[in-house]
Design a protein around this ligand. Structure first.
Ligand code: B12
Length: 293
């Protein structure tokens, strides 16, 4: 991709921000590679590039019409395009930085992710597979003051609330970091907890297994943990099979992506820029094949 601007002579934090803004990115922050906040399991930038000095985090606002569309598939399509724009910007920045002599690695807004079937420490099989990014983009964004992690477990920014997608570049370029900032965006209004169809959110946290099962398959139930739970699990599968075609869905997933839920994001009222156009109350979004979510 040819840059739509002149490549700066010296790479500074401002030059990096200007490049990304020219690519259409809405928010940019820079964190020091050795002090990025870590999540669980920890995925420090220096594991990806031992000589890295900075992590450039970028955010692109979602198309709100897609967030509030009646069918989740319309959102998924729009999300793919948002990821694509971010990935192109990250790729371009990485290439510019490398031409200036700094090893750089773009971390995609989308896949790949590590999929863990067993606990790496004990070898015990997880009830639900765990999925983890090579770098936690939400934590990287918090590290450079972009926002905070809300009750819905998403990055909230003052500008867009939860409605942005994230991407990053890990680089050897020594860029001036943006300091972490204290925000008070999440008022604990409870709308995300109420909206979550899987019961994954509660005042005490986020149940990643329930979220994963619903987001991936549209199933409210976790896989059976005891033989007595199999009959109700099978009844639920049969109910889904009556409405859905898993084979065709798999084909569609391979072509595009899978999303069965963004309710925690849709319900969130944070974000100044959207105040005027955000609907106040919303009927739940239709998910694949089922008559209702
Ligand atoms: C894997 C993943 C998922 C998984 C798991 C979610 C999760 N919390 O980990 C699933 C598929 C369920 C998922 C769902 C969603 N995701 Co997602 N997801 C990611 C991804 C690729 C990696 C996140 C990660 O590394 N998580 C692991 C740690 C960091 O998660 P954690 O919540 O801090 O902590 C949990 C784990 O520690 C877990 N846990 C406990 N023990 C163990 C043990 C092991 C071994 C593991 C792996 C985990 C684990 O429990 C903790 C509490 O939930 C990121 C992109 C990225 N590279 O960062 C996008 C990302 C976080 N997702 C995003 C979005 C938007 C969503 C959805 C709305 C779905 C959608 N349709 O887009 C939902 C919302 C879920 C929610 N409210 O948290 C956006 C968030 C943007 C924002 N504004 O914050 C991101 C940043 C993608 C992007 N490019 O913008 N996601």
């Amino acid at each position: 991709m040819m840059p739509p601007f002149e490549i700066p002579g010296t790479i500074t934090a401002q030059a990096v921000k200007d490049i990304l803004r020219a690519c259409g990115v809405d928010l940019v922050g820079i964190a020091r590679a050795d002090s990025v906040l870590l999540s669980h399991p920890p995925r420090p930038p220096r594991d990806l590039m031992p000589t890295s000095k900075s992590v450039v985090v970028m955010a692109l606002a979602h198309q709100l019409g897609a967030v509030y569309a009646p069918d989740i598939m319309l959102w998924t399509r729009s999300k793919i395009q948002t990821s694509r724009l971010l990935d192109e910007a990250a790729d371009l920045l990485s290439r510019i930085l490398e031409r200036k002599g700094f090893l750089s690695l773009a971390i995609s807004a989308d896949k790949p992710v590590e999929i863990l079937k067993r606990d790496p420490r004990t070898g015990r099989k997880y009830r639900v597979p765990k999925v983890v990014g090579f770098l936690s983009l939400r934590h990287a964004a918090v590290s450079c003051g972009m926002g905070e992690i809300g009750r819905n477990n998403l990055l909230l920014t003052p500008e867009f609330g939860p409605h942005q997608r994230l991407c990053a570049v890990v680089t050897e370029a020594p860029l001036e970091p943006d300091p972490p900032r204290r925000h008070s965006l999440c008022s604990d209004c409870g709308r995300c907890i109420e909206a979550c169809p899987a019961g994954a959110l509660s005042p005490s946290g986020h149940d990643v297994d329930r979220c994963f099962m619903y987001w991936t398959y549209g199933f409210k139930a976790l896989p059976p943990a005891a033989p007595s739970q199999w009959p109700s699990f099978i009844r639920m599968l049969l109910r889904h099979m009556k409405w859905r075609d898993f084979l065709v869905e798999t084909g569609q997933t391979l072509m595009t992506d899978v999303d069965n839920c963004i309710e925690c994001m849709r319900a969130c009222p944070v974000g100044d820029r959207w105040e005027r156009i955000r609907p106040d109350r919303l009927p739940p979004q239709r998910t694949r094949g089922m008559p209702g979510p």
